[in-house]
Ligand binder design. Structure first.
Ligand SMILES: [Zn+2]
Length: 136
């Protein structure tokens, strides 16, 4: 095997070992950032940790929403979770994605916002957060 191929294979193996270690971590690191890409308020950057917009750093419901995604990763494992979440997103989009619905339900979101989340957040009707720029 060429050295370059060995280095890439080694990098992939090291990443997968790190991901398995992270899967057992019930306390992922929370990264606070001034602004997040895509108009999001927070996201689970699996397997690294959770990113939260600085303005939402004390928003327990939002952090719990992202923690549900972390636990989905812990339950399914890195590759199955990323594939299943991706397939679900292709099939049902964002608002009706079953992983998102689970996160909204378990974080205590209002019933009428569980499958209508984007509009609820933009209109300030969601419990989680009010953000007119959400996903724009
Ligand atoms: Zn989510």
């Amino acid at each position: 095997m060429k050295l370059q191929t060995k280095l890439i294979a080694g990098g992939i193996v090291a990443f997968l070992i790190y991901a398995e270690k992270q899967r057992k971590n019930n306390n992922p690191k929370i990264f606070i950032r001034k602004k997040l890409i895509g108009g999001y308020n927070g996201y689970a950057a699996i397997p690294f940790g959770i990113f939260i917009k600085e303005s939402e750093k004390d928003n327990k419901m939002l952090i719990e929403h992202e923690m549900v995604h972390w636990r989905q990763f812990q339950r399914e494992g890195l590759i199955p979770f990323l594939i299943n979440y991706g397939l679900e997103a292709l099939k049902n989009g964002y608002d009706k994605n079953k992983y998102e619905i689970e996160a909204r339900e378990l974080s205590g979101e209002k019933k009428e916002c569980v499958t209508n989340y984007t509009e609820c957040i933009r209109l300030g009707l969601a419990e989680t957060v009010n953000n007119p720029q959400f996903r724009l």
